[in-house]
Ligand binder design. Structure first.
Ligand SMILES: [Zn+2]
Length: 346
């Protein structure tokens, strides 16, 4: 049977009264969105071996007044549920219905991984290492291709929501290239507890968008396949602050914590295989050589203390007690204060 033609189905709510002053043309995935309109655009990427079509919905709201277009994307890694919930709460709370500009919400980029509780698509490839993608390539490359051609050209800014992977929790943090003044401003406006200076990863969404002059920051919070209410709440509130910074809304929540900029990081690793029990929590400020956890074997044969290699903040913490030699246990973020307080340590 010939493959069914890839199609874009469109559902839309009735348009609100458009203001004649709004002249900017807003199109997403080839579909024009009118002022005051909320539109659901369903992109068909491919189908399962069972012939089940895999559709990915995108929700676009265009305000009556002109302004920037902001993309909120999640589920690039299909098991990273917190980002999906952040985008869902933004839709559910009507926060996407901004005063000026357009908001493009894509709650699940990787529908395959979502169904499969997995980071990757079924062939084991990572979409965020497959950009800019290919129309006829692997599944990961095809999903990336749709992002590159249906979303990126039509937006100005974006937040791509992620969580820690492989049983590791990330304390709420924005990752961006701090040397890029626009991105640094976006991160500052978002005001997560931590902003981590992170170079572009090859073949990532961030890099592909940057090459097209679009500014996307990454938000990381919590752990895969687990809701983290703090990470979700920080993600929603940070997005509202970003919208205010971009002039899309007039009010946003005041941040409760300081935004610390992390310039470098260090890892505490398991010296040997065993069972890991942390003695610190995600987000804690720890000192160099501080006792941060223990490693034991299951038989009472040994117990080893783990000391921090640096002064810094616990920005990532392993939650899987069973570890092998060399496994990452703590990700320690180092800001300027920690550098001064811990001279010589990088
Ligand atoms: Zn991710």
């Amino acid at each position: 049977m010939p493959e069914r033609k890839k199609s874009k189905k469109i559902k839309s709510t009735p348009k609100a009264t458009a203001r004649p002053s709004a002249k900017k043309k807003v199109t997403i995935a080839g579909q024009e969105v009118q002022p005051g309109e909320f539109k659901e655009i369903i992109i068909n990427i491919a189908r399962l071996p069972s012939r089940t079509q895999i559709d990915t919905p995108i929700y676009v709201y265009r305000a009556p007044e002109d302004g920037p277009t902001l993309a909120l994307t999640a589920g690039m890694h299909g098991d990273e549920i917190n980002g999906m919930e952040i985008v869902r709460r933004i839709l559910d709370g009507g926060y996407n219905r901004v005063k000026r500009g357009s908001v493009v919400c894509m709650p699940i980029i990787n529908m395959y991984g979502f169904l499969n509780y997995s980071r990757e698509v079924p062939d084991g490839k990572d979409i965020n290492r497959s950009f800019p993608g290919s129309k006829t390539g692997s599944l990961a490359a095809r999903v990336a291709y749709h992002m590159t051609h249906d979303i990126i050209p039509f937006i100005d800014y974006g937040v791509d929501f992620h969580t820690g992977g492989a049983s590791r929790t990330n304390y709420p943090q924005v990752r961006c290239v701090m040397q890029d003044a626009v991105n640094a401003k976006l991160a500052e406006a978002f005001h997560a507890p931590f902003t981590i200076d992170s170079p572009f990863r090859p073949n990532s969404l961030r890099l592909t968008a940057s090459k097209k002059g679009k500014h996307i920051i990454v938000y990381e919070g919590g752990e895969s396949i687990r809701f983290d209410q703090q990470a979700i709440e920080v993600g929603v509130q940070g997005t509202l602050r970003l919208m205010k910074h971009l002039g899309m809304i007039d009010d946003a929540p005041i941040p409760k914590k300081e935004n610390k900029i992390i310039w470098s990081s260090s890892w505490a690793r398991a010296s040997t295989a065993g069972l890991f029990q942390p003695l610190v929590s995600s987000g804690d400020l720890i000192q160099k050589d501080q006792l941060v956890g223990t490693l034991t074997d299951p038989f009472g044969g040994f117990k080893e203390d783990i000391h921090s290699p640096a002064m810094g903040y616990v920005v990532g913490l392993n939650n899987n007690p069973v570890v092998n030699a060399g496994d990452a246990l703590l990700h320690i973020g180092i800001d300027n204060f920690c550098k001064i307080g811990n001279s010589g340590e990088e």
